[in-house]
Write a protein that binds this ligand. Structure first.
Ligand SMILES: Nc1ncnc2c1ncn2[C@@H]1O[C@H](COP(=O)(O)OP(=O)(O)OP(=O)(O)O)[C@@H](O)[C@H]1O
Ligand SMILES: [Mg+2]
Length: 317
C-alpha cells in the first residue's frame, strides 16, 4: 500500500525511483555509493528495495557512534543468519573483529542506513581495508555531516582521497508525480478525494514521498478529514525540519546571519550581497553550506528554499 508508513522494500511498492534503482544497479559493482536526501525523501525505501533485488544486507546505524557499535550490528545480523563469528580472545581489537565479521559477507552488498555518526577516520580506514580485501560492495545513506562528509569530501590524509564514492541525491516528486502518487494511493484505499484537496496538500507539503504518504495514511487509515490530516502532517513536518535546521545552525559560527540570509530568499547573489553586508567569500561559503545541507537551491540565478514547509518555518522564525 502506497500510504503504508513503513519504508518500502519492493519495487512494486515503490513509486517512481526507477532511474535511481537503475543507477544503483549500474554503479554498485565498481563504486561505493552514498544516497543523500532530506528527511522523508525515501532514502531507506530506495536502499531497502535495491538491497532486496541484489540479496544485500541492510544495517541500520542510527545512533551508532563507534566501530564497536558497527561491529555489534553486523554480528547481530550474522547471528540471525546463523553465521558463526569467532569472538576470539578478549584483547582482540575491534578492527580485527570487524574484519572477521566483514569476511563472512564476502560477495555481498551491504547497505548502511544513517551512517553519519560513525567516527570518520577510523571507519574509513577500516572500510578501505575491507574494500581492498573482500568482494564487498557498500552503500551509505545519511545526512551531510560526520562520516558522510568524510566520504564525499575526503581530505588529502583520508584513505579515500582520490576515490570519492558516487553520490545519488534523491529529489522530491514533481507536482505531477505528487498528484499521481496521491491519486494512486487514494484509489488503493478506495477513498474519493477531490482534486482541490490533493492540490492543497501538495502545495503545503511539497513533493516529499514521506509527507504525502503520511497525509494519505491519516485520511485512509485514521479517517481524519482533509483539514485535520493536513494540519497534523504539516505540524509534525515543521517540528522535524526545525530540528534539522537547529542541527545545521548549531555547528555554524554565525547562526544569526544564516537566518537573516534564509529570510531574504528567494533572492539573487547581488541582492543578498547588498542586504547582508558581508564579504563575498563569507557569503559564498554560507551559500555553499546551505546548498550542501539541501536547504536551498539555485534556480537560474535565484537562490530559493524549495521545500514549502521549510519556507513557512523560516518565515515564522
Ligand atoms: N518512492 C516511494 N514510493 C512510495 N512510498 C515512499 C517512497 N519513498 C518513501 N515512501 C514512503 O515515505 C515514508 C518515508 O520513507 P523513508 O523512511 O524511506 O524515507 P527516509 O528518507 O529514509 O526518511 P528519514 O529521513 O526519516 O530516515 C514511508 O512511509 C515510505 O513508505
Ligand atoms: Mg531513513
Amino acid at each position: 500500500m502506497l500510504f503504508d508508513l513503513r519504508p518500502k522494500e519492493r519495487r512494486d511498492e515503490l513509486f517512481d525511483r526507477e532511474e535511481e534503482l537503475e543507477i544503483l544497479h549500474r554503479l554498485v559493482g565498481s563504486e561505493w555509493i552514498v544516497i543523500l536526501g532530506r528527511r522523508m525523501m525515501g532514502k531507506t525505501s530506495l536502499l531497502k528495495t535495491f538491497l532486496h533485488e541484489v540479496d544485500g544486507i541492510y544495517i541500520n546505524l542510527s545512533g551508532v557512534r563507534s566501530v564497536k557499535g558497527l561491529v555489534e550490528e553486523l554480528m547481530k545480523y550474522a547471528r540471525k543468519l546463523g553465521v558463526e563469528v569467532s569472538v576470539g580472545p578478549l584483547t582482540i581489537s575491534w578492527s580485527r573483529l570487524a574484519e572477521d565479521v566483514f569476511s563472512k559477507f564476502d560477495g555481498k552488498v551491504i547497505g548502511f542506513d544513517e551512517a553519519q555518526d560513525l567516527p570518520v577516520n577510523y571507519t574509513l580506514k577500516l572500510l578501505k581495508k575491507v574494500w581492498d580485501t573482500y568482494d564487498i560492495r557498500i552503500i551509505f545513506t545519511g545526512s551531510m555531516v560526520g562520516l558522510i562528509t568524510g566520504l564525499l569530501e575526503p581530505t588529502p590524509h583520508s584513505p579515500l582521497y582520490g576515490r570519492q564514492p558516487a553520490k545519488i541525491t534523491l529529489k522530491p516528486f514533481t507536482h505531477e508525480q505528487s498528484l499521481e502518487f496521491l491519486s494512486k494511493g487514494f484509489r488503493e484505499c478506495k477513498l474519493d478525494a477531490p482534486l482541490n484537496e490533493l492540490e492543497e496538500a501538495i502545495d503545503l507539503l511539497g513533493g516529499y514521498p514521506g509527507w504525502l504518504a503520511y497525509y494519505g495514511n491519516m485520511r485512509c487509515v485514521r479517517r481524519l478529514t482533509h483539514k485535520e490530516a493536513l494540519e497534523q502532517v504539516y505540524q509534525e513536518g515543521k517540528q522535524i525540519l526545525l530540528e534539522e535546521l537547529k542541527k545545521f545552525l548549531e555547528s555554524r559560527k554565525i547562526p544569526e546571519k544564516y537566518i537573516k540570509l534564509l529570510k531574504l530568499l528567494p533572492a539573487r547573489w547581488s541582492e543578498l550581497k547588498n542586504a547582508m553586508n558581508i564579504n563575498s567569500k563569507v557569503l559564498s561559503d554560507m551559500i555553499q553550506n546551505l546548498e550542501k545541507a539541501i536547504i536551498i537551491e539555485k534556480k537560474g540565478d535565484t537562490y530559493t528554499i524549495p521545500d514549502p514547509i521549510m519556507r513557512n518555518l523560516i518565515f515564522e522564525l
